[in-house]
Ligand binder design. Structure first.
Ligand SMILES: Nc1ncnc2c1ncn2[C@@H]1O[C@H](COP(=O)(O)OP(=O)(O)OP(=O)(O)O)[C@@H](O)[C@H]1O
Length: 880
């Protein structure tokens, strides 16, 4: 570093380090200080050199870490490299329902399902800002195979190529390390020795000091968070003493991996770092939600993504063409490709199938073909598969994910399991610092320092295997077969298993028989018997009592049992006429199976009313269902309906547009999110202007939008925090809802200003019958303006201004207007601020209102004696 007495600059890395001088000074703590104690000038000079050495060590480490990462994560999986096969996928922002107390333990119940139109707004994983509000706790959601791990690998590769410059360090922490229970770790050793992405480090002190000095420039990733054993306990607060000692000295090697993980997740350690957790959405993780400030979800492949994937997968142009052709002719397979993991399987099949006729039509068929074509289809493989199935079933029954070590499992079975990726192998590699590590009681799974090998498609032979047998543990690779302590298998897994079970039972029997050792007759009888049981079960279901997700499952079962017309006919005949999928996320393949069931219903003369709100259905799926002849009405996210109309208009599909507009319904409407009002505003504008945005007025819309005309009830349920954000929009759109009969604005913080705006909108709502303005901070001014318009509402029979701030002045104005409200039957002014004066005015006015049936008034300011007298005079006055 010293050239001719001057300090030569150290080559800067492409990404600027954070506060390096601070890091260096920490690294120069007494333990690290040079033993020489030279004079002042010399000391400064040496310090500078030392600083540069430290800087260089840190930078070298970062470069090594990047090189290591780009090496480790270059493949998505064996044979498919990120650089050549990765498809840029979208993630969408999700939101959490935060209405009142959230007691839901279940993640998916707290998550809002966005419409397709809103999902299309592009999201960046890291927002790039370093401000306080930047996203620091990110949860990445996605079901199995949706590409979470792949995206994380891509992020790592991007980082290694300096494309994510906001982070100097990226660490991947792995659930398997939790099995090390010895308290021998510090945050430093955890990050620098145990993280799966860490290379060996020459100067750990300096690197760690740098991490501590600029935690904002550190990204920590937990992939497959829900796979962590007992992950819920990781989120529970730790004991105070422990927290204090972790904060006091994070370098002390006295902590367990669990304690450190927990401290990182709870922001006790490295509170400024960015955390990225990937998980499947159906876990019980409300505690996670409370901490996260960004919820992202994998969107899966769009049709364009699928084409890109295929183009990359099939490098030969001829093969590519025919694969794309075949896929286009197989609707269900094509839709399954929405899931990248399944898209990969579909490509495997397309690669091997010579004709469209042999392509599978169901999920069971797809998986069956993938399994049986994991090489040449040889009878021996079926034998091995059959042995594996028995082992798996034993494991499920014994609640164990490890293959029994005592049992004599043949080398061939093991090799087959590894080759097909059904097994994971854990090699026990003794590592010096961990050689004494103990295992959790009853745990016999993994050990620190072990290397997990997913040897799918590997060249491993039976002989290799025997060589390693003694230091290997074999586990089931599939999460469903992995032991999860006392946790029950998640719904997604159960549903899939049941779907496969039905699919297999009705699968081509001769193909299945190859898995069995039974004689043909015995096998035929067994299958017939089980088919009978399933048929009986499905036919015995009372569809009216099923939840939307159960109905969807039934559609899948029937689709998997393809060709069984009896089941299909029964389902179509029994589906409820008002078919709701409200709150159930509908993937493209889900929509397809529902479409099939509805079409079948159509052939039997049945028609349906569909509720697709809060289902996240994609626009093309919406089009497919709305396009059916036997749909009477449909509900969906308003913005998605509009997007569909716009698409249909652009593609000149007049008759479909006509149907899509006329069958759309929004009554009754509960606005719970800001976007609901934004969407409604858009719809009302179309209604008023009789045209879709940016287009000429359209004959189909010459009478406006039927859904708006038929909206009779609107409940504004955004609460006092979000409500005021969109009240101005509401005031603007209300006059467009001419036929509104019931308007509920309870607890929306309307105030006097809002009441004035509402008053001018009310003039346009002559049909209004019920108006609920309870709990809205409306005072005398507000009620006075309202009163002036109330008499112009000829049909209003029920008015509630319960729990506002109306005092005597306001009560007087109400009293004055009361006799002019021709239809009013019920008025509620309870919990306001009127005194005996206001109460008496209202009571007096009531005598002139023969139609009124109840006047509810009570509050602490009205003397009870006065109220009692009023009640004696008029029994229509009630206290509650
Ligand atoms: N963006 C992508 N581009 C190309 N292929 C992808 C992409 N995402 C996923 N895949 C393919 O899908 C497979 C499954 O994806 P991945 O393992 O990332 O899913 P996951 O969401 O992590 O699933 P799990 O919850 O089961 O861990 C990958 O091995 C890869 O072949």
């Amino acid at each position: 570093f010293v050239v001719g007495g001057t300090v030569a600059p150290v080559q800067m890395s492409s990404s600027p380090l954070g506060s390096l001088s601070e890091a260096a000074s920490k690294a120069m703590s007494p333990t690290c200080t040079s033993p020489v104690s030279p004079g002042n000038g010399e000391h400064r000079y040496l310090s500078q050199i030392f600083l540069l050495v430290v800087m260089k060590n840190v930078k070298d480490y970062i470069q090594e870490a990047k090189a290591h990462m780009s090496q480790t994560y270059q493949d998505m999986e064996a044979g498919l490299s990120l650089s050549s096969h990765y498809v840029d996928v979208q993630v969408s922002q999700r939101e959490v329902v935060r209405s009142g107390k959230n007691t839901n333990k279940c993640l998916d119940k707290e998550l809002v399902i966005k419409g397709d139109t809103d999902r299309q707004k592009t999201m960046l994983i890291f927002d790039g800002s370093n401000g306080e509000k930047s996203r620091r706790y990110i949860l990445l959601l996605g079901n199995a195979g949706m590409g979470k791990t792949t995206l994380i690998k891509k992020l790592c590769i991007d980082w290694s190529r300096d494309c994510i410059p906001q982070f100097d360090f990226v660490f991947l922490l792995d659930g398997k390390k939790l099995s090390v229970t010895e308290p021998v770790y510090s945050l430093q050793t955890l990050l620098l020795n145990l993280s799966s992405s860490a290379p060996s480090c020459v100067d750990p002190e300096a690197v760690y000091a740098q991490i501590l000095a600029a935690p904002k420039r550190v990204l920590i990733i937990f992939d497959g968070f829900d796979e962590l054993r007992n992950y819920e306990t990781l989120l529970q607060a730790q004991e105070k003493d422990l927290t204090a000692s972790l904060q006091k000295d994070s370098k002390a090697k006295t902590f367990t991996v669990r304690q450190l993980y927990s401290a990182i997740l709870q922001r006790v350690l490295l509170p400024g770092c960015t955390l990225l957790l990937s998980t499947r959405p159906r876990g019980t993780a409300s505690q996670l939600l409370r901490r996260t400030d960004s919820l992202l979800e994998m969107c899966g492949f769009t049709p364009a993504n699928v084409e890109t994937y295929l183009s990359q997968y099939f490098s030969d142009p001829g093969l590519r063409e025919s694969a794309l052709e075949s896929l286009k002719s197989m609707s269900y397979l094509n839709l399954l490709c929405w899931n990248p993991g399944l898209c990969r399987l579909v490509c495997l099949i397309l690669e091997q199938s010579r004709s469209v006729d042999v392509l599978p039509r169901t999920l069971t068929g797809l998986c069956h073909q993938v399994l049986s074509s994991g090489g040449e289809v040889v009878t021996e493989d079926f034998d091995l598969l059959s042995q594996l199935s028995s082992l798996a079933w034993e494991g499920v029954k014994a609640n164990s994910s490890i293959l029994p070590t005592g049992r004599d499992i043949s080398g061939k079975v093991k090799a087959f399991g590894l080759r097909t990726g059904l097994f994971l192998s854990h090699q026990l590699r003794a590592s010096p610092c961990l050689s004494n590590s103990t295992k959790e009681e009853g745990e016999n799974e993994t050990e620190a320092g072990e290397t997990e090998q997913r040897t799918e498609n590997s060249e491993r032979t039976t002989n290799d295997l025997t060589d390693h047998q003694n230091d290997q543990i074999l586990l089931w690779a599939n999460p469903f077969l992995q032991r999860k302590g006392r946790r029950r298998p998640q719904r997604e897994e159960l549903e899939l298993t049941q779907r496969f079970a039905v699919g297999l039972l009705f699968h081509n029997r001769t193909e299945l028989q190859r898995f069995h050792t039974h004689t043909e007759t015995a096998f035929r009888d067994m299958v017939a018997n089980k088919q009978g049981l399933v048929t009986k079960h499905l036919e015995g279901l009372s569809y009216a009592d099923l939840t939307p997700s159960q109905i969807l499952e039934a559609c899948h079962y029937v689709y998997e049992a393809t060709g069984r017309t009896r089941l299909g006919t029964h389902l179509a005949a029994n589906l409820p006429e008002f078919l709701t999928f409200h709150g159930v996320q509908l993937s493209p393949p889900d929509v397809f199976t529902v479409q099939k069931a509805l079409e079948q219903g159509g052939t039997e003369g049945r028609s349906f009313c569909l509720d697709l709100e809060d289902s996240g259905i994609q626009i093309c799926g919406l089009q497919a269902l709305v396009g059916l002849n036997n749909i009477n009405t449909y509900r969906s996210c308003i913005a998605d309906a509009i997007t569909l109309w716009e698409l249909l208009e652009q593609s000149d599909e007049e008759s479909l547009l006509q149907r899509a507009v006329s069958k759309f319904t929004i009554h009754p409407l509960k606005a719970k999110q800001v976007c609901h009002i934004e969407h409604l505003e858009k719809l009302v504008n179309i209604h008023i202007h009789k045209r879709l945005s940016d287009s000429e007025s359209h004959s189909i819309l010459s009478e406006g939008v039927p859904a708006v005309k038929e909206l009779h009830k609107l409940e504004f349920e955004l609460g006092p925090d979000n409500g005021p954000l969109v009240l101005p929009k509401l005031w603007d759109l209300l006059p467009g809802l001419h036929n509104l009969q019931h308007l509920d604005l309870e607890n929306s913080k309307i105030g006097d200003e809002g009441a004035e705006k509402l008053a001018s909108a009310l003039v346009s709502l002559p049909s209004l019958e019920i108006l609920n303005l309870s709990q809205n901070c409306i005072g005398d001014e507000g009620v006075k303006t309202l009163a002036a318009t109330l008499k112009d509402l000829p049909n209003l029979h029920c008015l509630s201004v319960y729990s506002n701030m109306i005092s005597d002045e306001g009560a007087e104005s109400l009293a004055a207007v009361l006799p002019h409200m021709a239809s009013l039957t019920d008025l509620d002014v309870k919990f306001n601020k009127l005194t005996d004066v206001g109460a008496q005015s209202l009571g007096a006015s009531l005598r002139n209102c023969t139609k009124v049936k109840t006047l509810r008034m009570w509050n602490q300011c009205i003397p009870f004696g006065v109220l009692e007298r009023l009640i004696q005079q008029d029994s229509r006055i009630l206290l509650h």
